[in-house]
Design a protein around this ligand. Sequence first.
Ligand code: HPA
Length: 266
Amino acid sequence: MGKIEESVEFIRGKTDVKPEIGIILGSGLGSLADEMEGVSIPYKDIPHFPVSRVPGHKGNLVMGELEGKKIVAMQGRSHFYEGHSLDEITYPVRVMRELGATVLLVTNAGGGIDKDFRPGNLMLIIDHINFMGANPLRGRKEFVDLTFAYDKELIELTERIAKDQGIEIKKGVYIAVPGPSYETPSEIKAFEKLGADAVGMSTIPEVIVAKSLGMRVLGISCITNMAAGILKKPLSHEEVIETTKKVEAKFKKLVRKIITKIQLTS
Ligand code: HPA
């Protein structure tokens, strides 16, 4: 049996839920999974699953129902900067797909580069720039098309829902760096020139793998701070977590509505 089959067999031994939607809950955004009806499986118990030790990341795979849809949610993720390979950090996406998920909703915390952004904003990811210097498909010879990486219909659906709910939502391009240090002000100026609106240390590897598996992808960044040099003050992980706490209620309301309205085609 392959690794993925072993992970899937273990998970299927804990629940009968056949998930339709996979959700990756980033820094400080994990509490949505606590509201699901279902089972919570610690990553450390799942064969071959990578374990994250970053504060603010819980480390559970939660399988169950939310808004009448079957969900597999990752409460926290592992990161490239922790020393995991991109193969390892994208492994859970392969498992979610194998469990049945055809849609991936991926969330993260990011620094705002666009000067119209404010900490606490939510940003729909419309495209990305992979600045990690690595690709999770390396060695696999898969020439995956990323022209439409972020599903247009899901972006439009989210914009409509945000408008109905009175939730302000920005749109922009996400750039990912390897981390774990934050960027210098000069790097942020350079990223702005490259066309990036927000910067973070995750998400892109998972999106690339999800696309290689034919999944529809929706990405939402929580802008937790303005990127380095914009406000002439230092950045901290504490500030990042603090902002996600303030945004969480709005974020959860939005995600619940997206799940309610999402049309599943297969
Ligand atoms: N830079 C990189 N990653 C981040 C930031 C940032 O400013 N904020 C939250 N994650």
